[in-house]
Design a protein around this ligand. Structure first.
Ligand SMILES: *Cc1c(COP(=O)(O)O)cnc(C)c1O
Ligand code: SF4
Length: 339
């Protein structure tokens, strides 16, 4: 039986307008449960968790989830669950100290030579484990409305050599706005690299369209794209093709993951992910231990277990396919390696 929503999706997936695809994303738990034909579960209440961090998932992402399966590793990343509203000691609002690292509105600096711009508070998906889930975007305004002050701040600090565009997700900005920001950054003499941290190549690959690739390839500066995939199932051929296109622009393409219980906390899953990434010209960079954000305790993996997993992974893969296991510790001069 073909449902109305499937019909709509069939016609949508044939087009490439990413903004339209984003507008069609599912935002209501009930619609999600219907779309994925999930069997009824007693006492399941998505709405309480949904209030804090609203469900958001593009249909293309949902199509990589096995129908009828509550345990799917992709579903777990996007489905609001009751565990999120349980208060667990030690899980707080700003575990990584971002609120103290602000240079100017929308610009953070924690590490030598690198500044990070919160370009927007918006993403193409809402990840349940997100460390920015509790981030007060309205207090530290994303830089979206005023590049001028951001450019000035970076221009005035010759100790900076790399600018990291983060968010939210920087690729959610229009080509015009993003290209304009990047061109201004590229023109600053002491900046030699622009890095993009984005989950969009994975969750809304249609966004990497010819328009984007045109201006992106033409940027006269070194580019690094750090995508965010946690499981090999997230990388289908469309995502893979886009990763290759990004890499063909001359960008260095890397992946960071978060180690998540029930999603990727076993060696086969991590091995498959690394191999799939490499198949599409992308290297694993970081594997993060979960930031202890309120409402994410059910995803957390003990450090000792993570260390064992890494040892198993090293025994199976060439060194260049083994991500670095790190944790972000507030106040440190870099991410902290865990060995
Ligand atoms: C993670 C992070 C970076 C980048 O760190 P790398 O180790 O260079 O990947 C830069 N600035 C901030 C604020 C960060 O949180
Ligand atoms: S895409 Fe990144 S910033 Fe956005 S919700 Fe997911 S983890 Fe958080």
């Amino acid at each position: 039986m073909i449902t109305g929503i499937e019909m709509k999706h069939k016609s949508l997936s044939q087009q490439n307008n990413w903004q339209q695809l984003l507008a069609q994303a599912i935002r209501d738990p009930k619609a999600l449960i219907e779309y994925l034909e999930l069997p009824k579960k007693p006492f399941y209440d998505a709405y309480q968790a949904n209030k804090n961090h609203q469900l958001l998932a593009p249909l293309g992402y949902l199509d990589k989830i096995k129908k009828g399966c509550w345990d799917d590793p992709l579903l777990k990343q996007i489905l609001p669950v009751e565990d999120e509203v349980v208060d667990v000691k030690g899980y707080v609002s700003d575990p990584v100290g971002d609120l103290n690292a602000s240079l100017t509105s929308g610009v953070l600096q924690k590490y030598h030579g690198r500044a990070l711009i919160i370009t927007t508070g918006t993403c193409a998906v809402h990840c349940r484990y997100c460390f920015r889930k509790e981030y007060p975007y309205s207090e530290i305004k994303p830089a979206i409305n005023d590049w001028k002050q951001v450019i000035e701040t970076i221009n005035n600090d010759p100790s900076l050599h790399e600018v990291i565009l983060s968010g939210g997700d920087p690729f959610i900005l229009s080509d015009q706005r993003l290209a304009s920001l990047c061109q201004q950054l590229a023109a600053i003499p002491h900046i030699n690299t622009i890095r993009f941290h984005s989950r969009i190549p994975v969750v809304l690959p249609q966004r990497i369209d010819t328009n984007f690739l045109d201006w992106f390839s033409a940027l006269p500066i070194k580019k690094v794209v750090v995508i965010h995939a946690n499981h090999a199932n997230e990388i289908d051929t469309l995502v893979g093709d886009k990763l290759c296109l990004l890499s063909d622009t001359g960008a260095t393409v890397l992946n960071q993951s978060v180690l998540l219980k029930g999603v990727n906390d076993n060696v086969e899953t991590l091995e498959n992910l690394s191999q799939k990434l490499f198949h599409y010209q992308t290297l694993p960079y970081y594997l993060h231990l979960l930031d202890k954000v309120k409402g994410t305790a059910h995803f957390d993996i003990q450090q000792q277990q993570a260390v064992i997993l890494m040892e198993q992974l090293r025994n199976r893969l060439p060194g260049y396919l083994v991500p670095k296991l790190v944790r972000e510790i507030s106040g440190k001069r870099s991410k902290s390696p865990i060995v």
